[in-house]
Design a protein around this ligand. Structure first.
Ligand SMILES: [Zn+2]
Length: 199
């Protein structure tokens, strides 16, 4: 079992940033502390604010700098404090990974520089009453992504995005139960999409 817990600071930061970004997608990377076996507390997030309403393209350099600083501040203790994965917002869609999101994580997992055995993807948005709504999925090499539990520290809250994936075509995790869709099929299916997939 894997548990992702957002710190109060991160929940406040996400809400503030999501509000300021309005309909534009924003995102970044998550830095976490492993507080127990399989339990990760997200203690900081980098924020990149140049997305559009339908796309967010991560700038790896910016986030590498953020992680370098985080490792330095936490005393270079990667067993306990480390990069957990990525986050971005879906202001106009469900806070669930889209097929291009799954594909991007798949690419990142197979990057030769990637040393983690798994990566998390957090998708967030602001709910109707200003609540933070989100989902987290774990990605491992040669495995289908699995949804993991998302919660928040005492005093703040995050609501799990309801899973309507079967009724929302085109914005869902199509390969949830099986293997990843092969690259060719992905490219063919999403050629006409307006989103940008490169990182
Ligand atoms: Zn997305």
């Amino acid at each position: 079992m894997i548990d992702i817990i957002l710190s109060a600071r991160c929940v406040r930061k996400l809400k503030r940033e999501l509000k300021a970004a309005g309909r534009n997608e924003i995102g970044g990377v998550m830095a976490a502390e492993q507080i127990a076996d399989g339990q990760f507390l997200v203690i900081d997030l980098s924020v990149q604010r140049d997305g559009t309403p339908t796309s967010f393209v991560r700038d790896p350099l910016q986030h590498r700098r953020f992680m370098r600083r985080f490792r330095l501040l936490t005393g270079n203790n990667p067993e306990r404090f480390n990069y957990l994965g990525e986050w971005h917002s879906h202001p106009s869609f469900l806070a669930l990974p889209s097929p291009p999101d799954v594909w991007n994580m798949h690419l990142e997992m197979h990057d030769p520089e990637q040393t983690s055995s798994f990566l998390m993807l957090l998708i967030v948005k602001l709910g109707g009453s200003g609540r933070l709504v989100g989902s987290t999925h774990a990605f491992r090499r040669a495995h289908a992504p699995i949804r993991v539990r998302l919660s928040a520290s005492d005093g703040v809250s995050v609501q799990e995005e309801a899973d309507f994936r079967r009724t929302v075509p085109g914005r869902s995790l199509q390969q949830d139960q099986g293997a990843f869709t092969p690259a060719k099929r992905f490219r063919r299916e999403f050629r006409g999409d307006q989103r940008e997939y490169r990182k």
